[in-house]
Design a protein around this ligand. Structure first.
Ligand code: SF4
Length: 342
């Protein structure tokens, strides 16, 4: 019954999204990875650009990683990009069509594997992400977030899935979860399955499941220096296994306790590049927020003449401002460039 109502609503109201125009497993895979932790409207232009540059797995496997990363620049969670490229290179032209094969690939978990199988291969699987889980908790009227209840939801959704249209069933629940049944807002009177929902009978459906308590976000202070030699700026590549892995940035780092901004930047530049800089010019402050911390960046500028002593462990490049376009940079570095331009 739920499935019937849901699919009837979906066939009339489904969102028109570029990855819904295809059943190609490569394209479904890329869209699903891009959509992790990222809103649909943000993903659309990235997906379009990606598909025009890397229309199939072979094109992606043959591409240079810096170019691939440039296409991901701004989407965040950069390990997703690395995993995609590594997987493309290992796969050849055949995309796996079983759960056991998919789950072994880097960056593909149970949700992604099952969603690819349902949408691209019409297999009877339900990929349960936070959206689908939330809808399931509400339909069953479950409050307590526990492994036991999450499993109940999973089994429930598998049991009610329309076996002839598994992909549509998954996508209909996704659309419902992002329209009428959001984490912080519900529109039960418009919902196509309201007659089957227990949470809607309560005074406050948003309490199903109980909302997480928000933890305060920690702050970090860092000092960064745009070091230039003639008309070229120094950028360093972040280690692949760290946050923002593979992206390029201006040198700098954390301000230690009791250390001044200037002392921190002088020490960081020495540690990272072996360059000794004196009296860098203070440009100003940039604030940026990541998903789990905030950062305040004190920005400095310094021209250097003798770069013979430069010693850097990671990759580095001296580039013109225009040449920066070729490199993927973290968002905070663009804010620094904006500040510098002012
Ligand atoms: S009736 Fe309300 S709470 Fe229940 S699934 Fe629909 S929108 Fe969500």
């Amino acid at each position: 019954m739920i499935s019937k109502q849901l699919l009837a609503w979906y066939s009339l109201n489904k969102r028109s999204l570029p990855w819904r125009e295809t059943k190609n497993p490569y394209k479904i895979w890329i869209s699903e990875i891009m959509l992790q932790q990222t809103q649909v409207k943000t993903v659309i232009p990235f997906y379009r650009k990606w598909m025009s540059s890397f229309p199939d797995i072979k094109a992606l496997a043959n591409a240079n990683y810096d170019d691939v990363l440039k296409h991901w620049e701004g989407l965040g969670y950069y390990s997703r990009c690395k995993n995609i490229h590594t997987t493309a290179k290992s796969l050849g032209e055949d995309f796996p069509d079983t759960f056991n094969e998919l789950i072994k690939l880097p960056g593909i978990g149970e949700y992604t594997a099952k969603t690819i199988l349902a949408i691209a291969y019409n297999k009877q699987e339900v990929g349960v992400d936070t959206n689908l889980e939330r809808v399931g908790f509400r339909l069953l009227g479950l409050k307590k977030k526990s492994k036991f209840n999450s499993n109940r939801v999973k089994k429930f959704l598998e049991a009610i899935q329309d076996k002839s249209k598994p992909g549509d069933f998954n996508q209909a629940l996704m659309d419902l979860g992002s329209s009428f049944c959001q984490a912080k807002a519900v529109h039960c009177s418009l919902c196509p399955i309201t007659s089957e929902c227990r949470a809607t009978l309560s005074e406050d459906p948003l309490q199903f499941p109980e909302p997480k308590k928000n933890k305060p976000i920690p702050s970090v202070n860092v000092s960064v220096c745009i070091v230039y030699h003639n008309d070229r700026l120094l950028i360093l590549q972040r280690p692949q296994n760290k946050m923002l892995g593979g992206l390029w940035e201006f040198p700098g780092g954390k301000i230690e306790l009791g250390e001044s901004k200037e002392a921190a930047v002088i020490r960081e530049i020495k540690e990272e590049t072996n360059l000794s800089i004196l009296s860098p010019e203070y440009i100003g402050e940039v604030k940026h927020q990541y998903s789990h911390f905030k950062v305040t960046i004190s920005l400095f500028l310094k021209s250097v003449s003798n770069v013979k002593t430069l010693k850097i462990k990671e990759n580095y490049v001296w580039t013109t401002i225009k040449g920066l376009d070729k490199f993927a940079l973290p968002k905070a570095n663009y804010k620094m460039l904006e500040l510098l331009n002012k």
